[in-house]
Design a protein around this ligand. Structure first.
Ligand code: 13P
Length: 325
């Protein structure tokens, strides 16, 4: 079995990125309905089969994050999803949190749950072929938000999750996401992202999480989707890299960004602009969900005839992101 550091490095190196296909049953069902596909277990399975059997996927994708439901399903030929990924040289990851739930005493804010029984669930995922995991904490920007209470609660949970994963030999993807919803400025996002990352690395250190055996999955520093003042790619890149430089220790091997609802090409352009700011102490890559798979889902719309065209749409995004220097 590879060491935590080797797995983490494999996930973020050689210009490959991580495909996030781990939408919960509820979220995936809504996405299917949005393109006119009935949200059944079989259609969720079929859609994931479409994504993960895309030709040459492993040239641009190092790992794929799946949901619990998919991890237990099989492809049309009977192969389990983790085995199919292993067969093409893509590491299998599993989302292990159980979702963001309202935090007591913090109206409008959430804490991500899933620590109870996690050690036992991780053992099961290891036996099923997982190499890495994901846990997402969510922070909104608003009047007085996020509160210190939310930052502390989520950082604590992320650090306890990361420790348990490393104990099981799994690389934790640590995902603190400051969401784009709202009319906040780039500068507000920068300040909040900095404070969030500071709190996360404080807790990771307290829990003695091995930093060279994690992957950080943060938001890019962008303006809110309702902000009239839209920053350029180079402004986003500068603000993001400065914020990360202030908060992320160089021992972390790599940072794989989420796309957070950005237009797919915009996410790619922002990543490209960040790469221009090299040399940096960590690898920078992508772990997009919507910015990788959105065009494929729109193309497929449940039609067997569109299967190949939908895979081409995913390939196009994956190759475009892998090509940025
Ligand atoms: P998006 O890139 O669509 O934000 O998804 C990434 C992810 O994994 C969210 O948890």
């Amino acid at each position: 079995m590879s060491s935590l550091t080797e797995i983490a490095r494999t996930l973020v190196s050689n210009k490959r990125g991580i495909l996030a296909a781990d939408e919960s049953i509820g979220t995936m069902s809504k996405r299917l309905e949005s393109v006119g596909v009935e949200p059944t277990e079989e259609n969720r399975r079929l859609y994931r089969e479409l994504l993960l059997t895309t030709p040459e996927l492993s040239e641009s994708i190092s790992g794929a994050i799946l949901a619990d439901e998919t991890f237990r399903q099989v492809l049309s030929d009977g192969t389990t999803f983790p085995a199919a990924l292993a067969g093409i040289g893509v590491l299998a990851g599993i989302k292990v949190d159980t979702g963001a739930k309202p935090l007591a005493g913090a109206p409008g804010e959430t804490v991500t749950e899933g620590l109870d029984g996690l050690r036992e669930r991780l053992d099961e995922y290891v036996a099923m072929g997982a190499s890495f995991t994901k846990w997402r904490a969510v922070y909104s920007i608003g009047d007085g938000l996020p509160t210190d209470r939310t930052k502390r609660a989520n950082a604590h949970a992320l650090a306890r999750y990361a420790g348990l994963c490393q104990e099981a030999g799994l690389v934790p993807i640590v995902e603190p996401e400051v969401v784009m919803d709202g009319d906040h400025s780039l500068e507000q996002c920068r300040q909040v992202t900095r404070a969030v990352l500071q709190s996360v690395f404080e807790e990771l250190s307290l829990m003695e999480v091995q930093l060279d055996g994690i992957v950080l999955k943060p938001n890019m520093v962008v303006a809110g989707d309702g902000c009239p003042d839209k920053p350029t790619a180079s402004e986003v890149a500068r603000a993001t890299v400065e914020t990360l430089s202030e908060t992320v220790p160089p021992a972390v091997p790599g940072i794989a960004f989420l796309s957070g609802g950005q237009d797919p090409q915009e996410a790619t352009d922002n990543l490209a602009a960040m790469k221009e700011l090299a040399p940096l102490p960590w690898e920078l890559t992508y772990s997009f969900g919507r910015a990788l798979v959105g065009p494929a889902l729109e193309t497929w719309r449940g039609s067997g005839d569109q299967w190949g065209a939908a895979q081409d749409a995913l390939s196009e995004r994956a190759v475009a992101n892998a090509a940025v220097r």
